[in-house]
Write a protein that binds this ligand. Structure first.
Ligand code: BGC
Length: 501
């Protein structure tokens, strides 16, 4: 893991009331250059940027319903009806991508644009045409398309039968994924099935923050993860058996987690928390065991029996599923944003039952860490380096593509803190490469400012601002766009941030 003197030093600073540490800055190790074939990109997702919520036959998603029915639950009462209007203005996104000269663009496909009611019987040619146009224009400009199949915007009709809490989602998703391979797989060679399952399973089925707002923690969130991982593996099987020979693409699943640094004498707790977070989905897919982490299975089974249940709230994967889940990804798609200190919980956590109660750890923030807008995001580049090392050690140095990493503010064009965040996190990537990690790409979240879920438009992650007051939604580069452009051009990390304005 991370050198222990760093843990101890930082942890002591917390324990002793917080002396300021110069984080958000990482010393270089080894070569200053990224490998020649390293791929730099940016990301967006359909509901967050596209708008056109009911254009050309698109059906409603659970986010359309949620924002329309509950504007008071979104910080600025907004929704994604128009957003950056990428559905009608993709050419403006393309102009920004060309200006940056990115190697790849990660976008997501809106399931209800392809199948408005979630089912193949409702196939919508105009929705298919839109993504054909996006993919063709990217390729024409030498930009590799990287497509996510599901980024939270589930067709409403699938939710009516329970969504991810119903195992029928597996079949529904496989039919949808098959359609995407058929329509786009001749040109899309990098796929991600799901984005951040743990986030949407917890937020949708445990703490009721996201639609469908089901409040059944420690039960429905685990069912959601279980169904997601099976749907992922089943789609992977279809690709390998029916499409791979002629399409030769790669499939991943975008997983996220904080990295954790131990408070004094808490190294074991860190391992436990990493398994409950990253390991929950990564272990079954990337580890030879083909099952959820042992520590989770044991803990949740014994908690379940203590609660008087007859079976575990998280049963192990068995037989067929175990076999197809194991090694069901060709690369590790990592979304990394931030880190926490960790210790075993001093008193019971969260609801009973819940993932928090099962994990049983306290997450702690060092007050000296640079903070973004939004209480959860602090700049801790050491965490990215630590996470990359964890993946290297735990999953046999599998190829990693960093599919999200980003910084939020209120929208200034002079975004020096974003530049500092990017600079220090790219240094973490380079250090990990120089240490032997097999990392082939980095993707900044996000290309443009967009609808940030419950925060609406009050929080901005983009390299480009979007004028939400103008019907044309003009994009304007921030200082960070020039900085990132220079990174891509020079294939190294520019030292001086002030020249980029
Ligand atoms: C999600 C994005 C989101 C970003 C910033 C990621 O977890 O994939 O949709 O905008 O974090 O919060």
């Amino acid at each position: 893991m991370f050198p222990s003197f760093i843990f101890v030093g930082l942890a002591i600073s917390i324990a002793s009331g917080g002396q300021t540490l110069n984080t958000c800055n990482l010393a270089p190790k080894g070569s200053p250059y990224f490998p020649r074939n390293f791929s730099f990109g940016v990301a967006t997702s359909a509901y967050q940027v596209e708008g056109g919520w009911n254009s050309d036959g698109k059906g409603p998603s659970i986010w359309d319903d949620f924002t329309h029915n509950n504007p008071h639950l979104i910080d600025d009462s907004s929704n994604g009806d128009i957003s950056a209007d990428s559905y009608h203005r993709f050419d403006q996104d393309l102009a920004a991508l060309k200006e940056l000269k990115v190697d790849h663009y990660r976008f997501s496909i809106s399931w209800p644009r392809i199948f408005p009611n979630g089912d193949i019987s409702s196939r919508n040619q105009k929705g298919i045409d839109y993504y054909n146009d996006v993919i063709d224009k990217l390729l024409l400009n030498g930009i590799e398309p990287m497509a996510t199949m599901f980024h939270y915007d589930l067709p409403s009709e699938i939710q009516k039968i329970g969504g991810f809490a119903n195992a029928l989602i597996i079949e529904k998703f496989v039919i949808y994924a098959t359609e995407l391979f058929e329509q786009f797989g001749d040109r899309v060679k990098l796929w991600m099935t799901f984005n951040e399952p743990l986030i949407y399973c917890k937020s949708s089925f445990a703490d009721a923050r996201y639609p469908p707002q089901v409040d059944l923690s420690g039960v429905a969130d685990y069912i959601c993860v279980d169904n997601t991982i099976k749907a992922h593996a089943a789609a992977y099987q279809v690709y390998r058996s029916q499409f791979y020979d002629r399409q030769k693409g790669k499939i991943g699943i975008a997983l996220d987690s904080y990295f954790y640094f131990p408070m004094p004498n808490e190294t074991e707790s860190v391992y436990r928390a990493l398994q409950f977070n990253m390991g929950f989905l990564a272990h079954p897919i990337f580890h030879k065991s083909g099952d959820y982490p042992d520590i989770m299975l044991k803990e949740i089974e014994s908690n379940s029996l203590r609660e008087g249940r007859l079976t575990s709230r998280l049963p192990p994967l068995k037989g067929y599923w175990k076999n197809i889940v194991r090694h069901s990804a060709d690369f590790f798609a990592l979304n990394y944003y931030s880190s926490r200190y960790l210790r075993r919980a001093e008193k019971p956590k969260g609801m009973n039952p819940s993932w928090e109660r099962d994990m049983d750890c306290d997450e702690i923030v060092d007050p000296s860490w640079m903070q973004a807008v939004g209480s959860w995001l602090h700049c801790v580049p050491e965490g990215l380096e630590g996470m990359l090392k964890f993946i290297r050690d735990e999953y046999d140095n599998i190829e990693v593509i960093i599919t999200e990493n980003g910084w939020s503010d209120k929208g200034t064009l002079e975004d020096d803190n974003r530049i500092q965040y990017i600079k220090s996190h790219l240094q973490a990537v380079l250090n990990a490469i120089n240490d032997g990690s097999n990392i082939s790409g980095y993707t900044y979240w996000s290309l443009i400012d967009n609808f940030e879920w419950k925060s609406g438009y009050s929080v901005k992650f983009g390299l480009y601002a979007v004028d939400l007051m103008s019907p044309k939604r003009e994009r304007s580069p921030k200082k960070s766009a020039y900085y990132y452009k220079e990174v891509i051009k020079s294939r190294k990390i520019p030292n001086h941030i002030n020249e980029f304005s």
